[in-house]
Design a protein around this ligand. Structure first.
Ligand code: CO
Ligand code: CO
Length: 305
């Protein structure tokens, strides 16, 4: 807990540890089946960020019984079950309550070799920083709620959020990266801040190297930005040193609160190209070196154009 790691790890006898996570969200798109896919991929993500393998999951459901038709709930659960099956795991139970606002997510149990746990706080000076999905999903989903986004962009965002971080995780395990976290509610820079603070290092990031969903620029220029993203930006005021050439819009995108974002991986420079190659083999949505870990006060992030 002290370094805000992604999941709890409990060591059993010998070469096996249990990895345990829980996560649930409110709907980010209208289509219930897609909501199930996304919520499940989001819940599994913390397992993958640790380099672990999911075994089974339990549903957590809040649903407005009586005001929404029950087949909506069936579609959400079908999406969740399909995504968990794709992960090679199964849903073996759960709990639901009557709730005015729908909520869905999973408790996920996985396993890991205790000698090969990927923490978020073990990056080292000189590591490259690699991101496996583009950012801007929080701004896009807020744009969807305000009906400012084309169907093509909605479809692309759903595909991104529903993509498991499994391939990214396997690639990171194969090349023995140093550290990893998934990019979710605190945004790219919020999670990088946790990562660098925990490792007592700093980081340098180049805006031009960060993969960004193109429509996010248009929306943020029109003033569309989730409250969580603005809070992330405020919270990082002391930690981030912005180059004067970085616009306020770009700053908000870099702090954008993601649902089911990619993995942020710190890897030794000499294995960085091998990781990129393996990420491409696993067809991750992005495989971008966005910066590096540097010697600096713990948690400091320097943003360059
Ligand atoms: Co996480
Ligand atoms: Co989480």
């Amino acid at each position: 807990m002290e370094t805000s790691d992604d999941a709890a790890v409990y060591q059993l006898d010998g070469g096996l540890a249990i990895v345990q996570t829980v996560d649930y969200i409110t709907p980010v798109v209208d289509d219930p089946y897609s909501c199930g896919l996304i919520a499940a991929a989001n819940s599994l993500s913390d397992i993958y960020a640790m380099g672990a393998r999911p075994l089974f999951a339990l549903n957590i459901v809040g649903f407005p019984v009586g005001s929404l038709p029950l087949n909506v709930l069936e579609e959400i659960l079908r999406g969740g079950a399909d995504k968990v099956r794709e992960a090679g795991a199964s849903i073996i139970g759960g709990h639901s309550i009557d709730d005015p606002e729908p909520k869905y997510g999973l408790v996920v149990t996985g396993v890991i070799d205790p000698a090969r746990i990927f923490r978020n706080s073990t990056a080292r000076t000189g590591d490259d920083l690699i991101l496996t999905k583009p950012i801007g999903l929080g701004i896009i989903t807020t744009g969807i709620k305000r009906e400012k986004v084309s169907q093509a962009t909605i479809d692309a965002a759903v595909r991104l959020m529903a993509t498991l971080n499994r391939g990214a995780s396997e690639a990171m395990v194969e090349v023995e990266a140093h550290a990893c976290t998934d990019v979710t509610g605190f945004g790219l820079l919020g999670h990088l801040h946790e990562m660098t603070r925990g490792a007592k290092v700093g980081a340098r990031v180049s805006l031009s190297k960060v993969p960004i969903i193109p429509d996010a620029w248009r929306l943020v220029r029109d003033g569309i930005c989730p409250g969580g993203t603005q809070r992330n930006h405020d919270a990082l005021r002391e930690a981030v040193v912005w180059d004067p050439g970085i616009s306020r819009e770009a700053q908000l995108i870099l702090c954008d609160a993601q649902t089911s974002g990619g993995l942020l991986i710190a890897v030794p420079k000499e294995r960085s190209a091998a990781l990129i190659q393996r990420l491409q083999d696993h067809q991750t949505p992005a495989a971008s070196v966005i910066g590096e870990i540097i010697e600096d006060p713990a948690g400091r992030i320097r943003l360059e154009p």
